[in-house]
Write a protein that binds this ligand. Structure first.
Ligand code: SF4
Ligand code: SF4
Length: 392
C-alpha cells in the first residue's frame, strides 16, 4: 500500500520519437491514464510549467526537456482553460537575467513551444522566501517568483544521469526554481548526495507540484546532465508523486531507486514505499535499458553485505574515490561559468583559462555540469582507480 494520502501510480506511454503528433498523443494518453488533466488543475488556474532548461541547449543535445513535450503539456493545460507560464531558473553558473532567459528559451525552442500553444514565457527574475517549518533540513527556501505566484506547478522533466545526484528526473528538476546564483550555496551546505536528496524532498514537499510529466523518449546516459550521450528509452511518464515517478525512472535506466538520494530520503520519511509503486499503461519492462551507461560516480547495483561494504568505503574514502575535475586547456574559452558556480571558490580564470585548486574541491561537479565547451574532464587519481577497481 502507498503511504496515506499519496498516489504512487505512474503512467507509462510508448513514444518512439519526437514527432509532434506522436508526442502529443503519448502525453495525452499518459495524463488520461492517471485520471485526466482535470484531476490536477482547475479551469482558470495559473500554472507554472517547469521544464528542464539548464542553460538552454538545442533539443537534439538532449540536455533540456524536448520542446515537443513542453508544447504538448502546455497545449493540454491551455485547452483546459489554464493560464500557462513556462519558467525555470537556468543552471547555477548562469546569472538569472532576462537576456540569459531569452537566449535559453530560444536555443531550447521553448520560445517556439510558447508561441504555438499560447503559453507565456517567464521573464520575472525576482524571488520570494517561502517558509517551510516542517522541513527536515530546510525551514525556508528562496524561490523564483513565478513558482510562488502560480496556483499550481506542473513539472516537465527530462531523464538524465547526473554526476552528483546519480539521476535527474522529477525530484531534482524542481531544484531549478531556486534562483541561479543561489544554487551553489545548497551544494556547499549539502555536500553529499543523500544530504542533497533530503533537501530536494523538503523542496518538493514544500512546493507540492501537482503533476509530473517526464520526457523519457530519449534520455541522457553517461556523465550527465550536460556531457553525457543521448540514449533512446521510448516512453513518456506521468504521475502525481515525484518519488514514485523517480522510482519507475530509476528502474527504467537500470539503477536502484534507493541509490538516488531524494528517493531514499522519501522512503526514510514514510513518503514512499517502492514496492507499492504501480504502473498503468504500457509495461515498463518493454522499455527498460539495463545497460544504460551510469555516471562515473555511480556505485550502485550491488546488494547485501557487499553493497554495505561499498557504501562504507565510498563514505570513508569519498574524496579519493570520487573522480576529480580537471580543465582541458585547449577547450576552455575562459567564459567563467565554472568560476561563478563553484560553491567553494576552487576555480579561478586567468588569461582566458580556468584552473582548479583540488585541495578545496568538494567534488560537487557543478563545473562539469555547467561547462558547455566540455572543457572540464573527470578522472580518478591512481588510488581512486585502484579503489574503483576494487569496488567495481
Ligand atoms: S572550463 Fe568551461 S566553464 Fe570554465 S571557463 Fe573554461 S569554458 Fe568556461
Ligand atoms: S571545482 Fe570542485 S567544488 Fe568547484 S564546482 Fe568543480 S567539482 Fe564543484
Amino acid at each position: 500500500m502507498p503511504p496515506a494520502g499519496r498516489d504512487a501510480t505512474v503512467a507509462v506511454a510508448r513514444c518512439d520519437d519526437y514527432t509532434p503528433e506522436k508526442v502529443d498523443a503519448a502525453v495525452r494518453r499518459a495524463i488520461e491514464l492517471i485520471g485526466g488533466i482535470g484531476r490536477f488543475v482547475a479551469q482558470n488556474e495559473s500554472v507554472l510549467l517547469k521544464p528542464n532548461l539548464l542553460q538552454g541547449q538545442e533539443p537534439e543535445k538532449c540536455v533540456t526537456t524536448h520542446p515537443a513535450v513542453v508544447a504538448a503539456v502546455a497545449r493540454i493545460l491551455t485547452e483546459h482553460g489554464c493560464r500557462v507560464v513556462i519558467g525555470d531558473s537556468p543552471g547555477a553558473g548562469i546569472v538569472y537575467s532576462e537576456a540569459n532567459l531569452r537566449r535559453a528559451y530560444s536555443r531550447s525552442e521553448f520560445a517556439a513551444a510558447a508561441d504555438e500553444t499560447g503559453a507565456a514565457l517567464n521573464y520575472d527574475t525576482g524571488s520570494k522566501v517561502v517558509a517551510y517549518p516542517e522541513g527536515e533540513v530546510m525551514k525556508q527556501f528562496s524561490i523564483i517568483t513565478p513558482a510562488v505566484e502560480a496556483d499550481a506547478i506542473v513539472v516537465v522533466s527530462k531523464v538524465k544521469t547526473h554526476m552528483w545526484t546519480r539521476m535527474t528526473g522529477a525530484a531534482k528538476n524542481l531544484f531549478g526554481i531556486i534562483p541561479g546564483l543561489e544554487k551553489p550555496v545548497y551544494h556547499f551546505r549539502f555536500q553529499d548526495e543523500y544530504a542533497f536528496g533530503k533537501m530536494l524532498v523538503d523542496l518538493n514537499e514544500c512546493m507540492k507540484p501537482r503533476l509530473q510529466v517526464v520526457d523519457a523518449v530519449v534520455g541522457m546516459e553517461g556523465d550527465g546532465p550536460q556531457s553525457g550521450s543521448p540514449r533512446t528509452i521510448g516512453v513518456i511518464l506521468a504521475g502525481s508523486d515525484y518519488a514514485a515517478v523517480d522510482t519507475v525512472l530509476a528502474r527504467l535506466i537500470g539503477m536502484d531507486p534507493l541509490e538516488i538520494g531524494s528517493t531514499k530520503s522519501a522512503v526514510e520519511r514514510g513518503l514512499l514505499d517502492p514496492e507499492a509503486v504501480r504502473t498503468v499503461g504500457d509495461d515498463p519492462a518493454a522499455f527498460t535499458v539495463p545497460d544504460f551507461k551510469k555516471p562515473s560516480t555511480y556505485a550502485g547495483g550491488r546488494t547485501g553485505l557487499w553493497r554495505r561494504v561499498v557504501q562504507a568505503v565510498v563514505r570513508r574514502f569519498g574524496r579519493t574515490y570520487a573522480p576529480r575535475p580537471g580543465v582541458i586547456a585547449s577547450s576552455c574559452i575562459g567564459c567563467r561559468k565554472c568560476e561563478r558556480i563553484c560553491p567553494v571558490h576552487a576555480i579561478t580564470v586567468a588569461e582566458g583559462r580556468a584552473a582548479i585548486d583540488l585541495s578545496r574541491c568538494i567534488r560537487c561537479y557543478c563545473c562539469h555540469e555547467m561547462c558547455t565547451e566540455h572543457a572540464i574532464a573527470l578522472s580518478r587519481s591512481l588510488s581512486g582507480r585502484l579503489l574503483a577497481r576494487l569496488l567495481g
